[in-house]
Design a protein. Structure first.
Length: 727
């Protein structure tokens, strides 16, 4: 039994993997937090709730002394207005304008199967789920707190459901997914920031007294911030120390907050961003928050990441494809941009049809009158004049070459210069009497409207049904501005951002489920919506529009803090790179792109015979290691943000095989000999290093290390395939 309730002591024990999560129903009926960390016996740990007289602080009504202040008592779902002046998870507003919730435990239930969330992605499977019901006796507001555990993983899934049991409307001004109180201590807060072509840069900041937040107000998780936060002990590193990781399974505007109070207590909480948000609940209606995944590691950031990776590979990524061999693609975008026709595309296909590449992907520009990014989004009809033939001719050519065919869409967007916009200008999110802020000459479809969702689904389905398409690249290149929908009343305008994301989930569900054998890849100006909720629909996501190998080491390193390599789409492109003008060796580009779902994005009619031969070798090498990319444990051996090196090791679950990829940014003259210390191997097992024939024990490889042979020059890589020696 992974969830146990001690009736006498009113204590809940949640056990997930090697983790314990302990809560108690207090003498006043509130749900308090006692412990979260390494697995402990089911003993009474309520003694940690040591309280002192806090002077003039507010106290719980009816408490026997001034020690019982809400501002120092732990709370599983803290609310505003009753004396807890820390950040809160919940702000309801009643019909009279009052904003107080005094939720006391009304009951609980232990479910053997994890329920889904209506209209939203969530982790599936797992073990038991605890549902604790809180109710305010006066306002009749009910909050159900969900806790799901996983027998083999150190992870817990959290969410909340708010129900209006009153006979008057209720407005939610804030409704977060989770809150966690941690004991006083010295913590670093790890978040991620970025920009286009520079996504998910880790940033480590000491937690000080006050509030630290990371958020997005863009209607998407965004290029500029990530819905991930970790609190790490000051002495924690990759391999040791306590780390608490938090990730929202959500794709819209979000907020994650860490706070240290004047009493040194620490609180972490988050969910849908309450900036420009409210949600009206009529009597009897419910609101569902997105799910949040919490991971505890007592063995540093590396173990935290590996738990997130296993959690998402096992319980979020589409079951039809999570373990399937990923297609190695060649995409025409950086090869041709908008300037292509079928003869040009066929010439590219001819050069790689015998290379082992699995799929050709036709990117933007095949529809409407689309010769630039200024028109035709929303007009999903094939431009036969531009192609010099029907799309079916190209598809047949690709299939006859022994490859599969993929196609680019941007279903959520509409160009002002499009037939559909001229017919339905009210189908875009905008304020009718204001000029829209220009952004890539496109607007966002108002997916809060059912007729718009129906149109998008019908238009995309028409192409997917008419043509033999094996793969879809689903792009999204604009954030939401001029937030307004004439389909909602004035007091419902703050619901738009969340309703939009619910609309995205609906059209994804309808389109993808309607074509179960089509492989879908996500994209958003690169990695602008790289989150676990999107992974529910898209087994892999374009990691960044920056395909420069040097920059990709940082981007892929940062992304791996929370997301598995199998989610990262990584391509080899031409040099000088179109984004950085940097030239890196072709081998290096391939080696870095192999640390994810690999592919190519260049005009292969313009490269040398030797580079074409390298593509064949790279494809062969990747297919030999792809199982490790899909299922292996990742060990980050060198940090490209703090050193001249980037090294990653992928280890098979049974420890019989690993691949080590080492990258040196700049050649250093007369420098120390570089050693790479492997991790995750069996110390008693003998391993053979295929590149040099050395046979060494796991203990030697982990403690003495390898010396990578980079050769001369900048931006060089060395890759080692290591397998169990003999039988």
């Amino acid at each position: 039994m992974a969830i146990y309730f001690d009736e006498e002591k009113k204590i809940f024990y949640l056990e997930s993997g090697c983790v314990s999560y302990v809560m108690q129903i207090s003498q006043f009926g509130f749900l308090t937090q006692l412990y979260y960390g390494k697995r402990i016996p089911r003993e009474d740990v309520s003694y940690v709730e040591k309280l002192y007289d806090r002077g003039s602080e507010a106290v719980v009504f009816g408490a026997p002394s001034r020690r019982y202040s809400p501002n120092v008592i732990t709370s599983e779902y803290p609310s505003y207005g009753k004396g807890d002046f820390r950040e809160c998870a919940f702000i309801p507003r009643g019909a009279d304008g009052a904003r107080v919730f005094e939720g006391k435990v009304k009951g609980f239930e232990i479910l053997q199967e994890k329920p889904t969330i209506p209209g939203m992605p969530s982790l599936y499977g797992g073990g038991e789920t605890l549902v604790v019901t809180l109710e305010d006796e006066i306002s009749k507001v009910q909050v159900d707190l969900y806790y799901s555990v996983y027998d083999e993983l150190d992870a817990i899934a959290r969410r909340a459901v708010i129900k209006n049991n009153a006979d008057t409307p209720l407005v939610l001004d804030r409704a977060y997914s989770f809150s966690l109180d941690l004991p006083a201590g010295s913590y670093n807060v790890i978040t991620q920031y970025g920009a286009h072509m520079r996504e998910r840069t880790p940033e480590v900041t000491p937690l000080m007294h006050g509030i630290m937040s990371v958020d997005s107000k863009r209607g998407a998780t965004s290029l500029h911030s990530s819905c991930f936060m970790a609190l790490a002990a000051k002495d924690a590193d990759e391999e040791s120390g306590d780390v608490y990781g938090f990730n929202l399974i959500y794709s819209g505007s979000f907020r994650l907050t860490a706070e240290q109070s004047p009493y040194d207590m620490v609180r972490v909480l988050g969910g849908i961003n309450d900036f420009d948000f409210s949600w009206k609940l009529l009597p009897g209606e419910s609101f569902y928050t997105p799910e949040a995944a919490m991971v505890y590691s007592g063995k540093g950031l590396g173990a935290m990441s590996r738990t997130f990776h296993d959690l998402y590979r096992g319980y979020i990524i589409n079951k039809r494809f999570v373990n399937a061999v990923r297609p190695i693609v060649i995409n025409n975008w950086e090869a041709t941009y908008f300037n292509f026709d079928i003869p040009k595309l066929c010439s590219i296909i001819d050069t790689v049809k015998d290379s082992g590449i699995d799929m050709f992907v036709l990117d933007d520009g095949w529809f409407g009158r689309r010769d630039s990014d200024r028109s035709s989004l929303g007009d999903w009809t094939v431009n036969k004049d531009k192609l010099k033939g029907d799309l079916s001719a190209l598809i047949d050519y690709v299939h006859n070459a022994g490859m599969k065919f993929g196609l680019w869409f941007e279903p959520e967007m509409v160009s002002e210069d499009s037939d559909i916009y001229r017919e339905h200008p009210d189908w875009a999110i905008k304020i009718p009497y204001r000029n829209a802020a220009p952004s890539r000459d496109q607007l966002v479809f108002d997916l809060t409207k059912p007729q718009v969702r129906d149109y998008v689904v019908k238009a995309v389905n028409s192409i997917l049904s008419q043509y033999k398409i094996d793969y879809v690249k689903w792009d999204m290149n604009r954030n939401i501005t001029e937030i307004y929908s004439d389909g909602l009343p004035a007091d419902g305008q703050k619901e738009i951002m969340h309703r939009y994301i619910l609309g995205v989930y609906e059209i994804c569900e309808r389109i993808i489920n309607g074509h179960p054998d089509v492989f879908f890849e996500g994209c958003a100006s690169g990695g602008g919506r790289f989150d676990a909720a999107m992974a529910y629909y898209f087994p892999q996501i374009w990691t960044s529009d920056d395909t420069d190998a040097n920059e990709r080491t940082r981007i892929q390193y940062g992304t791996s803090l929370c997301y598995p390599l199998s989610m990262m789409s990584c391509h080899v492109s031409i040099c000088p790179n179109h984004g950085t003008a940097r030239t890196t060796p072709f081998k290096t580009r391939g080696d870095i792109a192999h640390l994810g779902a690999t592919g190519y994005e260049l005009d292969t009619t313009q490269i040398t015979p030797e580079e074409l031969a390298q593509i064949r070798r790279q494809v062969t090498d990747y297919k030999a290691m792809q199982d490790l990319v899909l299922h292996g444990d990742l060990y980050r051996l060198d940090n490209p943000f703090t050193s001249n090196y980037f090294c990653e090791e992928l280890v098979k679950k049974d420890k019989t095989e690993c691949v080590v990829t080492c990258y040196r940014r700049l050649m250093e003259v007369n420098s120390a000999v570089k050693r790479v210390y492997l991790r995750g191997l069996d110390p008693d097992m003998k391993y053979r290093v295929e590149e040099n024939g050395m046979v060494l024990s796991g203990a030697v490889l982990m403690n003495v290390g390898l010396i990578p042979e980079f050769g001369g020059g900048d931006f060089m890589t060395a890759v080692y395939h290591i397998k169990k020696a003999g039988n």
